[in-house]
Write a protein that binds this ligand. Structure first.
Ligand SMILES: O=C(O)c1ccccc1N[C@@H]1O[C@H](COP(=O)(O)O)[C@@H](O)[C@H]1O
Length: 210
């Protein structure tokens, strides 16, 4: 199956259309407090209306209450919810009652014996990311090779120059990036977005440059 590509940190209609036209499968809208890329639900909803019926819209949350997550996801009309930070199994299953979930884990979490068990419910997909989300720091792919969960997505310091290598190393179901695709925080660099999508899509094509 081909790898899915998510372009995160969308803050405008312009950047949503740019990523969709580049071939992204999903756009991320960050609602986490304190993020340099935080958007309002209204902006996310407006941007999502401009990318047609197929591109997924992912609402990104960190350490927010269940009510806030569900209300924001509804107001923004996102199609998936991405959850960072510590949360209970009950919280996760409540969100998963209403939305497909990308549940973000850090590499250290994989050492916990029941880390993946808690995620084994319909509609929940694990995503591996760096401890500092949105920090542009790549994970140690070689160290993850034996433990990377089948079907999981990968984030953390991915960009046009390294995404193909990461895909070949770990075979994630999807890849996600933000900071290496920006001209400045919250504003996309068109060339980087296009090159990222192209490199990810070409990674498993034998004719693509190694
Ligand atoms: O980018 C942010 O500001 C952010 C804030 C809070 C939670 C998640 C955030 N971004 C997520 O970080 C990863 C990858 O970032 P990067 O490519 O390493 O810069 C991605 O999942 C974003 O959704």
């Amino acid at each position: 199956m081909r790898v899915r590509v998510k372009v995160c940190g969308t803050t405008s209609v312009h950047d949503a259309v740019l990523a969709a036209e580049a071939g992204a499968d999903a756009l991320g809208f960050i609602f986490a407090p304190g993020s340099k890329r935080r958007v309002t639900p209204e902006v996310a909803r407006g941007a999502g209306l401009n990318v047609g019926p197929v591109v997924a819209r992912v609402g990104v949350f960190l350490g927010q209450g269940l009510d806030e997550v569900l209300r924001t996801a509804e107001a923004a009309r996102v199609s998936t919810v991405q959850l960072h930070g510590p949360l209970s199994a009950l919280y996760l299953s409540e969100v998963a009652r209403y939305h497909p979930v990308l549940r973000v884990l850090r590499p250290a979490d994989l050492a916990e014996p029941d880390a993946l068990e808690a995620l084994a419910q319909p509609g929940v997909t694990p995503m591996l990311d760096a401890p500092e989300p949105g920090g542009g720091v790549p994970l140690d792919w070689a160290a993850l090779r034996e433990v990377f969960p089948p079907g999981a997505w990968l984030a953390g310091g991915l960009g046009p120059q390294n995404v193909a290598q990461a895909i070949r190393a770990l075979r994630p179901a999807g890849v996600d990036a933000v900071s290496r695709l920006e001209a400045r925080p919250g504003v996309k660099d068109a060339a980087q977005v296009q090159a990222f999508v192209q490199a990810a899509q070409g990674a498993t094509d034998p004719s693509y440059p190694q």
